[in-house]
Design a protein around this ligand. Sequence first.
Ligand SMILES: Cc1cc2nc3c(=O)[nH]c(=O)nc-3n(C[C@H](O)[C@H](O)[C@H](O)COP(=O)(O)OP(=O)(O)OC[C@H]3O[C@@H](n4cnc5c(N)ncnc54)[C@H](O)[C@@H]3O)c2cc1C
Length: 397
Amino acid sequence: MLARPALTFSKSATEAASCSFDISPAHKRLREEIKQFARDEIIPVAIEHDRSMEFPWKILRNAHERHFLNTSIPHRNGSAPRDKLAQAIISEEIGYACTGVGLAMFINELSMTPLLLAGDDHQKEAFLRPMVEEPLMAAYCVTESSAGSDVAAIRTRAVRHGDEYILNGTKAWISNGGKASWYFVLARTDSDPSAPAGRAFSAFAVPANTEGIVLGKKEHNMGQRCSDTRMITFEDVRVREERRIGEEGDAFKIVMRTFDATRPLVSSMATGLLARCLDESINFLRDHTQSNGVVDQITQFKLAEMAMNAELSRMMCYKSAAMIDNGSLSSYHSSLAKTFAAEKANKAAANAVEIFGHAGCSEGVCVEKLMRDAKIFQIYGGTTQIQKLIISRLLLR
Ligand SMILES: Cc1cc2nc3c(=O)[nH]c(=O)nc-3n(C[C@H](O)[C@H](O)[C@H](O)COP(=O)(O)OP(=O)(O)OC[C@H]3O[C@@H](n4cnc5c(N)ncnc54)[C@H](O)[C@@H]3O)c2cc1C
């Protein structure tokens, strides 16, 4: 009889670690810190900021102090930029507290990303270093009234004159628009309408005090209201060539890469909102169940669904963030996480309002705000439909 080969039942440490569902002790500590910050500084004022739509400067200043704002760049105390997983953890806890505040914070990370991906040292020094030192804001000017999902349809033009460009056009729905110290601006540089998107657009970093920039009035968003969203018009704005980010014509790729690199933060914020819906529902039911203490089965199912979706959503966000940290940025995983989190946050918010009944329908009640805030996640950062197109395109490739 042949001798049987010895069997090994224990896996090597490397194999076991490659599928860890746990985060590092440092990330756990960060989660506790940001949780505390969000509960102390944001939750108590979130409803009031939603009502007044006042930009949350005080929160942002304190967040900057603790390196919860402008996390893609080093902190004033010299500590390194935070990794994407850490950023996702911060984003989730801020989203739990208030996604209006979260949007203002997120837009800075979004606006800085093109410079980190394609900017040169002078540009980083000019635009990013001041954001290390101070809680300054930036804005990301891509969308226009007739060009949202179809980014390639933008009409803002940058025409070269010697060693500068002249920018003309109007950007719409620009968050942090009235508070930014500089703008990331996408403009068409190729006048040939048949030029492929991959060669037709250029990107610029433009100081907000440049002559010719006109601010529109602040939009009254249905949700995430304390972020400052408005139109920005560029009227013969002169931009020096050295403020072009990357090569002329390369910006479409930079913009798409930026969306991929930052979607894990949008999805984390939506996951935070989802988790908040679950907690609010549980607390409400504990206080309001009938005298026999029984929660009906349909409501129990709603809670179970929220819990499952929060768990899944968090895992997808962490995975897409960790992939970026490991150098394997994936459009596919970023879009999966964004779509799932946005959809499930909306479902959870609608269910939370139902669980509250009439008590959830009044202005000033947390779940009413959560439902309005949740809807925005299906729109910005790429709509749910566009994300599904990206996912299926990648599946069918
Ligand atoms: C609160 C808020 C803040 C924002 N902040 C910023 C910002 O800071 N900077 C910025 O540049 N933009 C910002 N935006 C704009 C946002 O990115 C756009 O709203 C988004 O890209 C969608 O574009 P749109 O609104 O023009 O909708 P459209 O593109 O007109 O889409 C309308 C509907 O049609 C669907 N649709 C469109 N094309 C297709 C297709 N091919 N197949 C299937 N369905 C399709 C969409 O999914 C959507 O449901 C913000 C928006 C909001 C609401």
